[in-house]
Design a protein around this ligand. Sequence first.
Ligand code: TYM
Length: 341
Amino acid sequence: MAPTAQRQRVLSGIQPTSASYHLGNYLGALRQWVALQDEHEVFYFLADLHALTAETPDPAVLTDRSRRAAAQLIAAGVDPERSAIFLQSHVPGHTQLSWILECLTGFGEAGRMTQFKDKSARGGADRVSVGLFTYPILQAADILIYQANYVPVGADQRQHIELTRNLAQRFNSRYGDTFVVPDAFIPKESAKILDLQDPTSKMSKSLPPAGTIDLLDDPAVTAKKIKRAVTDTETEIRYDPEHKPGVSNLLAILAAVTDQSVAAVEAGLSGQGYGALKVAVADAVVAFAEPFGKRVNEVLDDPAELDRVLARGAERARPVAQQTVETVFAKVGFVPPAATA
Ligand code: TYM
């Protein structure tokens, strides 16, 4: 079931691995998700299967995080009418296709994924799960099963999308044209939001909280974190990611949150000091995060409706996924199940 010529298909996923998304998730990914839903046929899911790969959280915690994650997508502006919002675990085709793709992936090829290498280096070989190793292949299945044209993600996902493209091409050349070969859709200036305390690393929930802006943080905490952000020993506000990563990161955040180009934000602050930059960033982030937090709570106030949104999303996703699985199973040569009546 290929996407129609008029409306191209967009697919993306996000893990429910904490109680709040951070600003990097929003500016690198979610903001684009919202923008793309007007003119595309979109599928957005919570990668709850992937959420088990780095740790196996308490079951009640995972359940809670998944609902909170869904509420945050809606609060960010993902509209359940225009977008299918669903849980990965509600669509069995993802793991079925993943198995086929695992059998087409080289062991060495999977071992070269930098996210796996980084995370396994941190965790130690004995504590790393096989699920973490096969993570990018499940991600490839997530994408290919919907025949997606575009995948809006942050820059850290580039290598996983490249693997996805390679697997699609490999399958297509082995078994005949089956999968759309997707393109990553990566924003220009907010593809990699950096940690406020260590602006050589991307903002990530696995770093200490002082460098991460959680969208559901108390606004006073957010403002304080931004005012303590590491800059440099110069005084000039200039966008120069190589030599001035801290200041450039703040400019990129301000530009994205206020919907301007980095150049416009830089020009607007010319002649001012880092203090003024930080105040501007803190004001803009809080002005976004405060109503966002309120909307999240409103959505969470009606958990039955939230679960219905997820059920409706899965109902839209399942037939598309099932169709791809049936096509793939037939192409690899599995005997089709006969009708019994
Ligand atoms: P996750 O949950 O780790 O990240 C979700 C999205 O946030 C982006 N992101 C960032 N963008 C800019 N700056 C940052 N500091 C930053 N940190 C995170 C990520 O690039 C991502 O777009 N593997 C995916 C989840 C996934 C998926 C998929 C994505 C599973 N299956 C299929 C697309 C298609 C991930 O990293 O999630």
